[in-house]
Design a protein around this ligand. Structure first.
Ligand SMILES: [Zn+2]
Ligand SMILES: [Zn+2]
Length: 143
């Protein structure tokens, strides 16, 4: 059975639907995500890009060239500033959706921690989950 999830930003200008099961989910401890979250890691669920439909609102996109030479695209609500989606130019067919933007994020389970070399001493990665110093490839994640 196909699962349909809905979510959106804080001001409700942006609303989206995503169909099916996530490929993988986890917490990213990179400095960029710390800037966006306010300090904590960013929890994201990865879906195929074509599973995601924005049903209301217009997103703004911020592009940042990262050390790997790739570009990271981040989409956010221009009114309330909440970040919802991101992807890397290396894998444009995927979308990471910020778990906190789902209407019901309660059944999310992290499968690992990324970029733990940037984790802060006051926000340690879960010791019971796999920890990756940077961004592993999907096969390494088991996704
Ligand atoms: Zn908004
Ligand atoms: Zn990150």
């Amino acid at each position: 059975m196909t699962r349909l999830r809905e979510g959106g930003c804080l001001c409700r200008a942006i609303r989206y639907q995503v169909n099916g099961d996530p490929i993988i989910g986890g917490a990213c401890y990179c400095r960029d995500c710390q800037h966006i979250s306010g300090g904590a890691p960013a929890h994201g669920l990865m879906f195929p890009a074509d599973a995601l439909i924005v049903i209301e609102g217009m997103l703004s996109t911020f592009c940042l060239d990262v050390a790997s030479g790739n570009t990271v695209y981040r989409q956010f609500c221009p009114t309330c500033g909440v970040h919802l989606f991101s992807w890397n130019s290396q894998a444009p067919e995927l979308r990471s959706i910020k778990v906190g933007t789902f209407d019901d994020p309660s059944d999310y389970q992290s499968q690992g921690s990324l970029w733990v070399r940037s984790a802060q001493p006051w926000h340690r990665p879960d010791p019971d989950l796999p920890q990756h110093p940077t961004m592993p490839c999907l096969t390494e994640l088991g996704g």
